[in-house]
Ligand binder design. Structure first.
Ligand code: KIV
Length: 283
C-alpha cells in the first residue's frame, strides 16, 4: 500500500473528514497503527518520555529520532509518516533546520516533519520550499516546558488566545499542511480550526479539531508516565502485557515452560547414536 500524502491530509479539512493520528516509535507500533487504519503516524519526540524514560522531551537528539523513524518506516504501510524535529534541531539556523528536515526524509524514511511553535516560520517556509511537507504544533508545546513552568494549558487569557490564533495564521501562511493544537481550551481550538484552511489535529484541545492525536502508550495504558486528563484509555494493554510477563516468569520457575511442543527434537536413530557416544565419552 502507498502511504497517504500531505495534500490528501490537507484536503480532509475541506471534505470535513476526521483525521486519526497516533504516535509510533518502532516497527511493531508502526505495523499496529497501520493495521488500525490511522491516517497519520507521528514519530513523536514524546519517545523521550514513553520509550527512553526522560521526564520531558528536551534530551531527545536527532540520532534518537532517526533511529526510531527508520524502524517505524519499515512497519508503516498506509498512513502518512511524520517525524518530529527534536529540541535544537531547527532553532539554531534555517540552514540547519532544512538539513535536519532532509535527514528525516532521506535517512529516517519519513513523509513529512513536524516542528513546534510559531517563532520559526522562516524555517517552516524554507523546509516547505525545499519540498518537505511541514506540520505545525501550537499550544502546550512540550519543548517549551521550561519556559511555561511545567505542562500547563495554554491560551487561557484573551491575549494568549489572540496570540495563538495569530500564530496559527502565520504558520498557515508559511506553508504548513496541518497544525497540532495541544493543551488549549476547546473553544479556542474551535475558533482556530474555523479560521484556517488547513486541518487542525487536537490533543487536549476539544472535539472541534479536524482530527485527534494521542500518544500510543497513553491510549493503551502502557505504564511509564502518568496519563494526562485529556487521555482516554482505549485498551488496558499495559495490564495484559504485565499479566503475560508474570505468567511467563512463574511458568519458567515452576517448570511449565517450555513444553514438548516448544522444542525441536532429534530423530530416534540420531538420538540413540548420540546417546551411545555420550556414554562412551563419559566412561
Ligand atoms: O511528541 C509527540 O508525541 C507529540 C504529540 C503529542 C502531538 O508532539
Amino acid at each position: 500500500m502507498t502511504n497517504k500524502t500531505a495534500p490528501q491530509i490537507r484536503a480532509m479539512r475541506q471534505s470535513e473528514q476526521k483525521i486519526a493520528m497516533v504516535t509510533a516509535y518502532d516497527y511493531p507500533t508502526g505495523v499496529l497503527a497501520s493495521r488500525a487504519g490511522a491516517d497519520i503516524i507521528l514519530v513523536g519526540d514524546s519517545l523521550g518520555m514513553v520509550i527512553l524514560g526522560y521526564e520531558d522531551t528536551l534530551k531527545v537528539t536527532m540520532a534518537d529520532m532517526i533511529h526510531h523513524c527508520k524502524a517505524v518506516a519499515r512497519g508503516a504501510d498506509g498512513p502518512l509518516t511524520v517525524g518530529d524535529m527534536p529540541f535544537m534541531s531547527y532553532q539554531i539556523s534555517t540552514e540547519q533546520a532544512v538539513q535536519n528536515a532532509g535527514r528525516f526524509i532521506q535517512e529516517g524514511g519519513m513523509d513529512a516533519v513536524k516542528l513546534e511553535g510559531a517563532g520559526f516560520t522562516d524555517r517552516v517556509h524554507a523546509i516547505a520550499k525545499s519540498g518537505i511537507p511541514v506540520m505545525g504544533h501550537l499550544g502546550l508545546t512540550p519543548q517549551s516546558v521550561k519556559a511555561f513552568g511545567g505542562f500547563k494549558v495554554q491560551g487561557k487569557t484573551l491575549n494568549a488566545a489572540r496570540k495563538l490564533l495569530e500564530d496559527a495564521l502565520k504558520l498557515e501562511d508559511a506553508g504548513v499542511f496541518s497544525i497540532v493544537l495541544e493543551g488549549i481550551p476547546a473553544e479556542l481550538a474551535e475558533m482556530v480550526t474555523g479560521a484556517l484552511h488547513v486541518p487542525t489535529i487536537g490533543i487536549g484541545a476539544g472535539a472541534a479539531c479536524t482530527g485527534q492525536v494521542l500518544v500510543f502508550h497513553d491510549l493503551l495504558a502502557i505504564p511509564g508516565i502518568a496519563p494526562f486528563q485529556f487521555v482516554r484509555t482505549f485498551a488496558e494493554a499495559g495490564s495484559v502485557m504485565e499479566e503475560g510477563l508474570q505468567e511467563f516468569v512463574s511458568a519458567v520457575r515452576n517448570g511449565n515452560f517450555p513444553e514438548h511442543c516448544h522444542s525441536t527434537h532429534l530423530s530416534e536413530p540420531v538420538k540413540q547414536a548420540l546417546q551411545k557416544e555420550v556414554v562412551r565419552k563419559c566412561m
